[in-house]
Ligand binder design. Structure first.
Ligand code: BTN
Length: 258
């Protein structure tokens, strides 16, 4: 029996009591986007805004995130970020936290596709949108849990835990996400680098990227919390910004066989 909505606040409240950075929870029954609700809480870092249903979620680079219905997880974490901290650290922490939560609760090996998509093969299971507001970041995480299918245009690129053979209460996925995301925020750079590398589907592969300066192809040599994605090109090494880069296609690297 799925956790009823009226118990989400107390159950998640008990979870954040065991967390380091996360301190409080707001649960809304329905909203267009948890990112917008979270904007009202930028003066309260450590708060998490959860929607029972999110109808018009936003994705990276102006894309849309499908209505969660009652099948998906939608949450925005309001996270304190020192202005001196490179943005790539939070990018990696959010990917690692989301991937680890899914692996723990579903017992499913997943991959990470730069910057912070969580994938099974080439299909996306979860996505992260990070919006900065001064020394606070709004980290929005969407996870596909119980969708039995997707619209035709998403079908080749999206998946859910149910479609991957895991029939779970999305509340349990949410609870696992709180714990794993909080732990990832607290991890050292070395731990993050190692954890990210475990799931990394790009390093070692040749990928095509879209950037504001145009598209290009290169060998992905590494991902790090200070400079992000390093690509080897004919003219030397180039670093790509997580904020503006999209991976258009890639031939999977070694970690994808996990
Ligand atoms: C992406 O893959 O492009 C990022 C998707 C992020 C979706 C989440 S769902 C919770 C939060 N609220 C939003 O409107 N977007 C993020």
């Amino acid at each position: 029996m799925p956790m009823p909505l009226d118990r989400w606040p107390a159950e998640l409240g008990a979870t954040v009591e065991r967390c380091t950075t996360l301190r409080a929870v707001r649960v809304v029954a329905e909203t267009a986007s948890t990112q917008d609700v979270a904007r009202d809480f930028v003066s309260e870092p450590g708060i998490a805004v959860v929607a029972f249903r999110q109808t018009r979620g936003r994705g990276r680079l102006g894309r849309a995130w499908l209505d969660t219905g009652f099948e998906g997880v939608a949450v925005t974490f309001v996270v304190p970020v020192p202005t001196s901290q490179p943005p790539e650290r939070l990018v990696m922490a959010s990917a690692v936290g989301t991937a680890r939560a899914i692996e723990k609760v579903a017992g499913l090996k997943v991959g990470i596709k730069w910057p912070n998509d969580v994938v099974r093969g080439h299909r996306k299971l979860a996505g992260v949108l990070i919006e900065r507001s001064g020394d606070v970041a709004l980290v929005g995480v969407g996870i596909n849990v119980a969708q039995a299918g997707f619209p035709p245009e998403l079908e080749p690129i999206a998946t859910s835990l149910l479609l991957e053979g895991r029939d779970l209460d999305r509340f349990e996925v949410l609870r696992a996400l709180f714990v794993a995301f909080d732990a990832a925020l607290d991890a050292s750079d070395d731990e993050l680098r190692g954890e990210y590398a475990t799931g990394d589907t790009l390093t070692g592969s040749v990928a095509r990227f879209a950037t504001p300066e145009g598209g290009f192809e290169g060998l992905v040599v590494r991902v790090g919390p200070s400079r992000g994605l390093a690509i080897r090109t004919e003219t030397g090494e180039r670093f790509l910004s997580a904020a503006t880069t999209t991976v258009v296609s890639w031939k999977q690297g070694p970690a994808s066989s996990r």
